[in-house]
Write a protein that binds this ligand. Sequence first.
Ligand SMILES: CC(C)(COP(=O)(O)OP(=O)(O)OC[C@H]1O[C@@H](n2cnc3c(N)ncnc32)[C@H](O)[C@@H]1OP(=O)(O)O)[C@@H](O)C(=O)NCCC(=O)NCCS
Length: 156
Amino acid sequence: MLRIRPATLEDLSTLGTVLAPLPLFQAYQLSAEAMTQRLQGALQRGENLLVAEWEGAPVGVCWFITRGAFANGSYLRIVAVKEELQGKRIGTRLLQAYEAGSDNPPGGWFLLASDFNEGAHRFYARHGYRAVGHLPGFSSRGITERIYWKRRPTAG
Ligand SMILES: CC(C)(COP(=O)(O)OP(=O)(O)OC[C@H]1O[C@@H](n2cnc3c(N)ncnc32)[C@H](O)[C@@H]1OP(=O)(O)O)[C@@H](O)C(=O)NCCC(=O)NCCS
């Protein structure tokens, strides 16, 4: 059974080990240790870190900062699911948890996706995100990030 819950320190080395080998993170040469350290930093700073637990084991993560975009939008730093379990809607559940856990941001929901990550582009488009700009070399030299944005629905 799938459960989405707040991450604890005990989850982080497993998450680092299962997520660092994903082709996306390999493009940024991220090791399991470096991934684990980044997640530890997020917890230590009190940022939002949710884990997807499948049959008792951590298999996915969602890391976000509720006003991390332009001070009035929410910013998703990472959503990722263990390779063998992708395509089973775990990512959808994590994205929904990001949106629901963002305290209704006036500026909506933001995230970045590498321009080569076509699977992620389809995933975000399906969930109502639009590509609104580019950041060449933002995270790594030679890789352009696409800025994705989902507006908050207007009342009425
Ligand atoms: C993107 C990601 C979080 C989606 O989670 P998921 O649990 O696989 O997605 P869901 O099952 O909820 O939705 C399936 C949709 O996700 C997209 N998708 C992206 N990568 C996919 C993959 N490897 N396998 C299956 N679907 C993938 C597709 O749009 C797919 O729909 P389609 O099969 O009709 O094309 C996940 O595939 C993942 O961790 N990818 C690697 C890390 C990554 O790219 N993260 C996003 C960084 S910006």
